[in-house]
Design a protein around this ligand. Structure first.
Ligand SMILES: Nc1ncnc2c1ncn2[C@@H]1O[C@H](COP(=O)(O)OP(=O)(O)OP(=O)(O)O)[C@@H](O)[C@H]1O
Length: 723
């Protein structure tokens, strides 16, 4: 039974595949049945095989191109000889309410008719004339031949020569007829071929084959955006009030649309909605509208222009957004320069293909997006441009630390690279130093203003050179639990405020907030790059303090609201509609900094990608302009009075014991200027005088928190007694 079950199996099996049954041992009728089934299976396999289907589709497609092409050619011929097109155009003009145009088409139709009549009359009256001309022509030629023959007869003295030229002419005509009879077949075949190819081309251009027979790539070919296509797409949107209103409009709803204008690699059109339909309803149906227009969702962008009840649609040419944009001008122009105050950084191109230029002067900035979509690259592209302005000081904390910002070694005065709590602590101190600098500048500015200096003069003073504090992967700081541990004067160990985190007591958050509040006017700004925003890893107060808010693709609309703000999203900004992976480097930019048309909430910028090698080359040019910036691997406040016991206590945190090597590593990461070169014995030597040196515990050299704090307390006692 098992065998029978196998034979009835309906899965297609390639021909030639043998059954596991030995047919010689099977009775004859069963053998015949089995053979029939096998043949059936082979046939089914052949019929259902993809190649067979593709071949059949191609045969149908090309045949129907020829058939459809014949229809197209016939229609064109008919239209060329009649006033059908004139009537169509006149009807369209009447529908659009354009009476002037309608009259013009009517006039053209009348002119066409009278011309056609004239041509026909000329043809009729020309036929007897042509017959007469032909008779005269033949008689004239024969006369000339006889005259030639007579001359020959006189010359040769032979009367028979009179008809020799006529006989030669008859022979020539006969040879011509013979040639035509031989060449006729091939010529006819060639003409037929040319005709078929003409019909095929006409059919193919008009896509006369059914969609299922056309190759997949052609299925959604670049359908042009015409008023009727837009109106139909809107009517089929599933908004009944819109559909009804369109149906009732006398002019085929053409009055809803503004002119369809070319705009970069697409077209733009304003749609004024009928009353009763809200712009929000249409914005919410972006995907369906795009599909009705034969586009992908990302190929339709909608915004709300200032005119009421109007939606501005930008519709890309199919596939145009997948074409790469050119390299950055920073890469192609080795002489590019920058001026933070007056210049604009070349960031990329907008959807129309126009350059997106960003003003960075006195702007706090936030760039966010999902992981690996080009956040660092786009942030770095701006920093590379700005690095060409030697007045600008950079302090950079890259809290991923895989070398994305390494080329700023020699440009930035601080370059922190790494993801640990220690790096968060350094980044926090770097921003706090920025706050100190800001406060100093505010005081100086007040004094200079009191002396009568103008704002321009103050900002041109070197004490106000722009200071840009960059924190890439800032979510690491907002998510860090690192907390300060300190020893009071009495030797008691206390926990201080957390360095990172998103709560009000987070030192990092507080410092960023202070700079957002007051830094702009004194040229101290922050740029944060952060991943996958949430309320936890990017507090509201922090994201809203930025002047430029840019976002790569995000997962949800609520994230888009966090990234670029509610008003921008309400007006159509949609980073959550970008495609993860495919739209790398494409940013929705809101806020100041980029030029926006009135009422436009954001611009979608496809940024130029500057890869690591090009970035390195641009950085080298920037270094040449700056001559000898010394980059420190930690905040400048790291130049502090060194207290080894307190440093080790800070590293230990709440751990009871820690391996001596681990302590050394943390020390070196946190204060590399002091501890990077330390050996194990240096650490022992530093702690031994206080009795806190590492001891063996469970086979490892460990530093004990209890002994360390005992040492700190006794040192405090000694100091007190000595005082
Ligand atoms: N403008 C761009 N155009 C095309 N591809 C880009 C662009 N920017 C970045 N990419 C590609 O995306 C990759 C990731 O870029 P990048 O490291 O800047 O992403 P990220 O968002 O910072 O990643 P992470 O998740 O590590 O924070 C790059 O290696 C590059 O291949």
């Amino acid at each position: 039974m098992g065998t029978v079950h196998h034979l009835d199996d309906h899965r297609p099996t390639p021909p030639g595949t043998t059954d596991p049954v030995d047919l010689t041992k099977v009775p004859a009728p069963r053998r015949a049945r089995s053979r029939v089934r096998r043949t059936r299976r082979a046939l089914r396999w052949a019929v259902t095989h993809e190649r067979t289907r593709a071949g059949a589709r191609a045969a149908v497609r090309h045949s129907l191109y020829v058939v459809g092409g014949a229809g197209v050619v016939a229609r064109r011929t008919w239209q060329g000889r009649t006033v059908a097109v004139h009537h169509q155009m006149r009807a369209a003009a009447v529908a659009a309410g354009n009476q002037e145009l309608a009259a013009e088409w009517q006039e053209k139709a009348d002119r066409f008719r009278s011309d056609r009549h004239r041509r026909r009359m000329e043809l009729i009256s020309g036929v007897p004339q042509m017959a007469k001309s032909a008779t005269i022509g033949v008689a004239g030629t024969e006369g000339a031949l006889l005259l030639l023959g007579a001359c020959m007869a006189v010359h040769d003295g032979d009367v028979r020569d009179v008809i020799v030229p006529t006989l030669v002419a008859i022979d020539a005509v006969r040879a011509l007829c013979w040639f035509v009879s031989v060449a006729w077949g091939p010529a006819l075949a060639l003409a037929l071929l040319a005709g078929l190819s003409h019909l095929w081309r006409a059919g193919q251009q008009q896509q006369t084959a059914p969609a299922w027979a056309r190759p997949a790539a052609n299925a959604a070919d670049d359908v042009p955006v015409t008023p009727s296509v837009v109106v139909k797409a809107l009517s089929d949107l599933g908004i009944s009030s819109l559909r009804k209103a369109i149906k009732e409009m006398a002019d085929g709803a053409a009055g809803m649309l503004g002119p369809i204008t070319l705009a970069g690699c697409g077209v733009e059109v304003d749609v004024t909605l009928p009353s009763g339909v809200s712009t929000e309803e249409v914005l919410g149906k972006r995907r369906k509208l795009a599909e009705n227009l034969n586009r992908h969702e990302h190929e339709l962008h909608m915004t709300l222009p200032p005119a009421p009840r109007t939606v501005r649609m930008w519709i890309a040419d199919s596939g145009a957004l997948d074409q790469p944009i050119g390299p950055s001008p920073l890469v192609t122009d080795p002489d590019a320069t920058a001026d933070m105050r007056r210049g604009r950084a070349p960031w990329g191109v907008d959807l129309r293909g126009d350059a997106v230029l960003v003003s960075l002067w006195q702007k706090h900035m936030l760039i966010t997006g999902l992981s690996n979509q080009g956040k660092t690259a786009s942030l770095r592209a701006l920093a590379l441009w700005l690095a060409l302005d030697a007045r600008v000081e950079f302090r950079i904390a890259d809290l991923k630390g895989v070398g994305d910002w390494q080329m700023f070694d020699g440009i930035a005065t601080v370059l922190i690279q790494g993801p640990t709590d220690d790096h968060v602590i350094e980044a926090t101190e770097m921003i706090e130093d920025g706050v100190t600098e800001m406060a100093k500048r505010i005081t100086v500015m007040r004094e200079l203003t009191a002396k009568g200096w103008s704002q321009d003069k103050i900002l041109a003073d070197p004490r106000f050179n722009p200071l840009v504090l960059v924190v890439d992967e800032a979510q690491v700081a907002y998510g860090s639990g690192a907390q300060e541990t300190f020893v009071t004067e009495k030797g008691t160990v206390r926990k201080g405020a957390p360095f990172g985190g998103s709560k009000a007591d987070s030192r990092y958050f507080q410092a960023v907030k202070k700079i957002h509040d007051q830094g702009r006017a004194v040229n101290v700004t922050t740029w944060e790059g952060t991943q996958d925003p949430t309320n936890e890893n990017l507090p509201k107060r922090s994201r809203e303090g930025n002047h430029i808010r840019a976002s790569l693709v995000l997962g949800t609309e609520s994230q888009a609201r966090m990234a670029v703000g509610d008003s921008a999203v309400d007006a159509g900004a949609a980073p959550h509609k970008l495609r993860q992976g495919l739209d790398k480097g494409t940013l929705v930019v809101a806020g100041d900094g980029v030029k926006l048309a009135p009422g436009q909430p954001s611009v979608t910028a496809r940024t130029h990608y500057i890869g690591p090698e090009d970035a390195e080359a641009i950085a080298e040019r920037a270094k040449a302009l700056r001559a000898g910036v010394k980059t420190s691997a930690g905040p400048q406040s790291a130049l502090r009075e060194v207290d080894h016991l307190a440093d080790v206590a800070a590293v230990l945190g709440s751990e009871e014991r820690m391996k001596s090597d681990e302590v050394r590593q943390h020390l070196a990461q946190r204060w590399p200027q002091v501890y990077k070169s330390w050996s194990a014995s240096d650490l022992v030597q530093a702690l031994k005088p206080f009795g806190a040196e590492p001891r063996k515990y469970n086979g490892n050299q460990m530093i004990s928190r209890a002994r360390l704090f005992a040492a700190i307390e006794s040192r405090a006692d000694e100091t007190e007694n000595a005082g």
